[in-house]
Ligand binder design. Structure first.
Ligand code: GH3
Ligand code: MG
Ligand code: MG
Length: 345
């Protein structure tokens, strides 16, 4: 394992800049910068010549490539774009490639990035160290391009499989929304970032109105269709970095990335209107009216609303208020317990 001192410094270097929001599972994380099926490779080498040769070879093999000269640049790039594979030399600067691997593997947001370490001849002892540090694979210098392409293909297969598994594990099968676990995980990340950087984050909870009646009147299959259409409608109202989760039954929540209370209320009203505008018909052609009630809460340092639990609870209380003041409306959570109702529609 790398020495404690440098390791500490590497972790500090990473933490100090704030952990990147890694888009290792773009569909769930909802980043705009996903690249479809193209696998993205981040290459880090301190030698400009080496870096250029590797970049060209990997690009020619059909990958989306980004290049970095040192650990700091790796970190900066990870924040900006989804990365599937990191191909790094060991001696890339004060913070070594092994420390970068270790740091990636010890963070939930980056642990799924496939890491390949390039070892120089005479660094055989570092192979063991590399694998211990969290490297998934290694390749020896001088890099044989045929071998490199083969290793990248193998890595890509793993990356794709991992994405599929993750997608399955994080998605609600009926609606395609994030499931409860994935939603909570994301909310935790968002609140942590908000706490650390003083940025905004808001939560909207929504629960379809009289949904039991929809099932009772039109049957469970139509109820399911309503859920699917409602999720589509909500997704249309969201930006790429927001996330909709199905918390259970016909109860959903949205985490609005970097969103103040004012904007969260606008988003909630947009969602309310979009669901009310749904035109769903049962098999006999009769209209199935759908509305939803929504509760909004926003994180704020001075209000104590800064944990996933407190935000959800506050949004849930506001939702309860929206239900009890007539449904098909948005209510805002108040820190003091009072509610600021926003009649809508
Ligand atoms: P309220 O306006 O107070 O929310 O009334 P409601 O009828 O929506 O309230 P309640 O929470 O009692 O009813 C929720 C219903 O949602 C009951 C349950 O049968 C139904 N439900 C939960 N999950 C599913 C599902 O996956 N598919 C269908 N079709 N119905 C579901
Ligand atoms: Mg309901
Ligand atoms: Mg309910």
């Amino acid at each position: 394992m790398p020495g404690q001192t440098t390791l500490g410094r590497a972790v500090y270097a990473f933490e100090n800049t704030g952990w990147p929001r890694i888009m290792s599972s773009p569909d769930i994380m909802g980043d705009t910068q996903t690249y479809g099926d193209q696998v993205s490779v981040l290459i880090c080498e301190s030698s400009q010549v080496q870096l250029r040769i590797l970049t060209k070879a990997v690009e020619d093999a059909g990958y989306l490539v980004h290049a970095a000269h040192n650990a700091e640049e790796v970190l900066a790039l990870l924040k900006l774009m989804p990365t599937d594979i990191l191909l790094t030399g060991i001696e890339i600067g004060e913070v070594t490639g092994l420390e970068v691997c270790w740091a990636l593997k010890s963070n939930r947001e980056t642990e799924s990035i496939h890491t390949i370490v390039i070892t120089a001849s005479g660094q055989e002892r570092r192979l063991e160290e590399s694998l211990d540090a969290g490297a998934d694979d290694f390749i020896r210098k001088p890099v044989n391009m045929t071998e490199l392409r083969a290793r990248l293909r193998a890595a890509s297969r793993l990356v794709r499989m991992q994405k599929q598994f993750r997608q399955l594990a994080e998605t609600d099968a009926l609606t395609g929304a994030a499931n409860r676990r994935a939603f909570m995980q994301r909310l935790e990340i968002e609140t942590e970032q908000a706490r650390r950087h003083g940025s905004a984050v808001s939560v909207v909870m929504l629960d379809l109105d009289h949904f039991k009646l929809v099932n009772d009147t039109h049957g469970h299959a139509i109820g399911d269709r309503v859920l699917i259409e409602a999720v589509k409608a909500v997704q249309h109202c969201l930006r790429d970095r927001d996330l909709l989760g199905r918390l259970g039954g016909e109860e959903f929540a949205v985490v609005l990335h970097d969103t103040t209370v004012e904007h969260a209320l606008i988003a909630a009203e947009r969602i309310r209107a979009a669901i009310e505008a749904l035109q769903i018909r049962n098999d006999a052609g009769a209209a199935v009216p759908v509305t939803t009630s929504l509760g909004v809460s926003a994180a704020a340092v001075d209000t104590g609303l800064d944990t996933p639990e407190s935000l959800l609870l506050a949004a849930d209380e506001a939702l309860y208020e929206a239900k009890h003041t007539g449904r098909n409306r948005v209510a805002l959570a108040r820190v003091d317990g009072a509610r600021n109702e926003r009649a809508a529609g």
